[in-house]
Design a binder for this molecule. Structure first.
Ligand code: KIV
Ligand code: NA
Length: 264
């Protein structure tokens, strides 16, 4: 089985099939998720608050994300590698967006990029696609606009659903190969999915999208603290790692590690 490509995701939508996407930021998780058959790996700007220790996604830079992207792309043999363009690296102009997108494909070895925003960004998407950069659009709750949106809030409720449909249609007309929706009522997400021909991806957007995505540290229970309602935790990695670290430290202090079997 070769590399997952855009047309495979498109096929999934056409066939009523589904695919999985997870974030990845370095070698081993990229390798593990790739070998587990996860179709799409996202080098998310969520690295900001899941790798670099920031509170939000806003501070992370292109120069910080590029090496993570390169590591993921080198480590995953089959998954499609999508990179987030971080806050401030594409908003100014279509020219800026093309330049940043080129860096992610050239230096980051990504195969596609994702940008946040609605119909306003259609010309930006068109310029990037013309330049040979596949673009995934991210609508609904867009974390880079957290301050403008007044915090983490569900988008596209009630009458606001039509705005999301219009955004999605405009972005797809401009050439976006996929539309990701975050924190959108299931019913709205289903209406968006029905309005466009390209595959949709949901996070907190119900079960009618073509694909689903989660931040891997949430999915695997590595991050502590309160999880968003849309997160399902499939493992308790924090507990496992914490136990391992405690046992190791205890054995070092007691002198039982290293034993003769670990010594030369
Ligand atoms: O940065 C990220 O992890 C994302 C996904 C949660 C969609 O954009
Ligand atoms: Na992101």
């Amino acid at each position: 089985t070769g590399r997952v490509r855009l047309h495979h995701l498109q096929q999934a939508k056409a066939n009523g099939a589904r695919f999985a996407m997870l974030t990845a930021y370095e070698q081993y998780t990229a390798e593990i998720f790739d070998q587990a058959g996860v179709e799409v790996l996202l080098v998310g700007d969520s690295a900001s608050n899941n790798v670099f220790g920031n509170e939000t996604s806003l501070p992370v830079t292109v120069d910080e994300l590029l090496p993570l992207c390169r590591a993921v792309a080198r480590s995953a043999k089959r998954a499609l590698i999508v990179a987030d363009l971080p806050f401030g690296s594409y908003e100014i102009s279509a020219e800026q967006a093309v330049a940043t997108g080129v860096r992610f494909l050239k230096e980051g070895l990504a195969q596609a990029v994702k940008i946040e925003g609605g119909a306003y960004y259609a010309p930006t998407v068109r310029a990037m696609v013309q330049a040979g950069i596949p673009v995934m659009a991210h609508i609904g709750f867009t974390p880079q606009s957290e301050h403008a949106l007044g915090g983490y809030r569900v988008q596209g409720r009630g009458d606001d659903a039509q705005r999301l449909i219009d955004d999605a249609v405009a972005l797809v007309d401009a050439g976006a190969f996929s539309v990701l929706m975050e924190m959108v009522p299931a019913e709205t997400a289903a209406a968006v999915d029905a309005a466009i021909k390209v595959p949709t991806i949901g996070i907190g957007a119900g079960n009618a999208t073509t694909g689903q995505v989660l931040v891997w540290q949430d999915m695997a229970g590595l991050r502590g603290g309160k999880m968003a309602k849309f997160v399902k935790q499939y493992a308790d990695l924090r507990g496992i790692l914490s136990e391992a670290a405690r046992s190791y430290a205890d054995e070092v202090r007691s002198g039982s590690f290293p034993g003769p079997e670990h010594s030369f």
